[in-house]
Design a protein around this ligand. Sequence first.
Ligand SMILES: O=c1[nH]c(=O)c2ncn([C@@H]3O[C@H](COP(=O)(O)OP(=O)(O)OP(=O)(O)O)[C@@H](O)[C@H]3O)c2[nH]1
Ligand SMILES: [Mg+2]
Length: 286
Amino acid sequence: MQKGVNCSSRIAQRALFTPLKACKSVGGFHTPVRETEQPSQTPGASRGHCRGVRTGASLDSDRDPVLTGRSNVRHIKGILPVVYKQRVMDISTKTASEIMFATGNANKLREVVAILEAGRPLPFTVKAANLDLPELQGEPQEIAKEKCRLAAQQVGGAVMVEDTSLCFNAYEGLPGPYIKWFLKALGHEGLPRMLAGFDDKSAYAQCIFAYSPGPGAEPQVFVGRTQGRIVPSRGATAFGWDPVFQPEGFQETYAEMDKTVKNTISHRYRALDKLRDYLLNFSAPE
Ligand SMILES: O=c1[nH]c(=O)c2ncn([C@@H]3O[C@H](COP(=O)(O)OP(=O)(O)OP(=O)(O)O)[C@@H](O)[C@H]3O)c2[nH]1
Ligand SMILES: [Mg+2]
């Protein structure tokens, strides 16, 4: 078994119960609030756990001001010849041949668009739904599944979501799915400093896509991993922890390499390619 995947380990529990308590103290599950919107009513939210308190879109440099507007759905180009910056659509426009990609992260969306564009076309239209999905706590696959169930309820149809982890082997897989909060607290300088006392700087980036054909259906998960190591920050700081992750076999960090290269070796590419296979097989004529 891969080292460090199990986030229910004692280390993980010690590190993670603080945010859970913090959430309980504000009334259980915390649904994030966008600057431009009222607090969202996340179906099933009370069943969930919180892995942190996201207080607004302005905290997240991955958030695109366009994506945080009033409407929350738009086409992704590539699957259909529709450009990313094209018109914003209402969620009620979806049809049976559409899949919503639910995320609040504009950088993820850009990569998903690029990866889907570069590969075999899907017999579905994929649209982006800018949902403010809760930051859940638990095993990465369970987080992705529950995120997907919640998204399917909100969208009322076929949906895909993804959840990304950055796992330090010296920490038995942590920060894992909690990397968002570690990055916010420690920044690009602080993440490599976490490993200062360790010889083992190895890490892996993990992306888990979850797909559901609709509310009530059990989501399917697709895991993609890229091995690498944590290095002092190098390259553009536009996307998350890209500057501190150097994939195995490369001299550059994710942030330094060309996007077209990252999108052929990344954790996101590997997971999305599996989902693409699944969708193609699933929908292929007999
Ligand atoms: O350098 C990076 N390269 C990547 O390829 C990448 N993918 C995700 N991330 C960051 O890791 C956390 C995951 O948390 P996460 O999966 O919950 O995402 P999110 O909350 O931003 O969006 P979403 O949950 O609405 O989809 C967030 O801080 C993301 O910005 C990345 N950083
Ligand atoms: Mg998230």
